[in-house]
Design a protein around this ligand. Structure first.
Ligand SMILES: [Fe+2]
Length: 187
C-alpha cells in the first residue's frame, strides 16, 4: 500500500494503472483514476525509464518504445525529436493518458463532421502535465515545435490496442498497425 503523497516508480505505475483501470467501471472513474495515478509517477528521478529510451537522432521523427503490456493496459514512452509531428489519429476506446516528462508539445484536437475535419482545440503541454483522450472525444495530433529540443512522453492506453485510426485532411480514415522502435527495452 502506498502512503499518501508518495511517488510511483515505473513498475509501480504500470501495476497501479493496470489493476485500477480494470476495476474502475465508468469512463469518468477511469479518467480520474488514470489522471491521478499518472500524476504520481516520479518522472523527475526515475532511472528505470532509461532502458526504454531508444531513438535515432533524426529531425521530424518520433520513436515509440513499449514499456509494458498486459490485458488491461499498454504503457509506452515516445521520444519526440525536434519538429516531429504525428498525423491526426484516434485512441483506445476507454482512454489514453499522456504525461509529458521533458520538453514541450502542442496538442491539437479534431472532430469529423459531415465528412469534413474541424480543429476544436489547441494546447501546449509542459512537463508534469497530462492530457486525456478517447475515441468518443475525438482525434488529435501532437507535435514538438522546437527546432533544437527533444520532448518525451509516457502514454497509457486502456484497453491495449495494436491498430490505430489515422485521418487525413479530407477526413478519410485509415487503420494502421502500431509499431514500436523498442519493445520492453530491446530495439
Ligand atoms: Fe495520440
Amino acid at each position: 500500500m502506498l502512503k499518501k503523497g508518495s511517488k510511483l516508480t515505473l513498475p509501480q505505475l504500470w501495476k497501479t494503472l493496470s489493476a485500477g483501470l480494470q476495476e474502475a467501471v465508468s469512463d469518468f472513474e477511469k479518467r480520474e483514476f488514470g489522471l491521478d495515478t499518472m500524476s504520481k509517477y516520479d518522472f523527475l528521478s526515475c532511472e528505470e525509464i532509461q532502458q526504454y529510451i531508444n531513438y535515432e537522432d533524426e529531425a521530424g521523427k518520433y520513436y515509440r518504445n513499449l514499456i509494458h503490456r498486459d490485458d488491461s493496459i499498454v504503457l509506452k514512452t515516445i521520444i519526440w525529436n525536434r519538429l516531429a509531428t504525428t498525423p491526426i489519429h484516434g485512441h483506445s476506446s476507454r482512454g489514453c493518458w499522456v504525461l509529458l516528462t521533458k520538453g514541450e508539445l502542442i496538442e491539437k484536437t479534431f472532430i469529423r463532421k459531415d465528412g469534413k475535419v474541424f480543429q476544436t482545440d489547441e494546447a501546449i503541454l509542459k512537463p508534469g502535465e497530462i492530457t486525456y483522450n478517447h475515441d468518443a472525444i475525438g482525434f488529435h495530433s501532437m507535435e514538438n515545435p522546437s527546432k533544437t529540443e527533444q520532448a518525451m512522453t509516457i502514454h497509457c492506453y486502456h484497453p491495449p490496442y495494436d491498430v490505430t485510426s489515422v485521418m487525413d485532411e479530407d477526413g478519410v480514415i485509415k487503420r494502421l498497425p502500431l509499431t514500436y522502435y523498442g519493445e520492453e527495452g530491446v530495439i
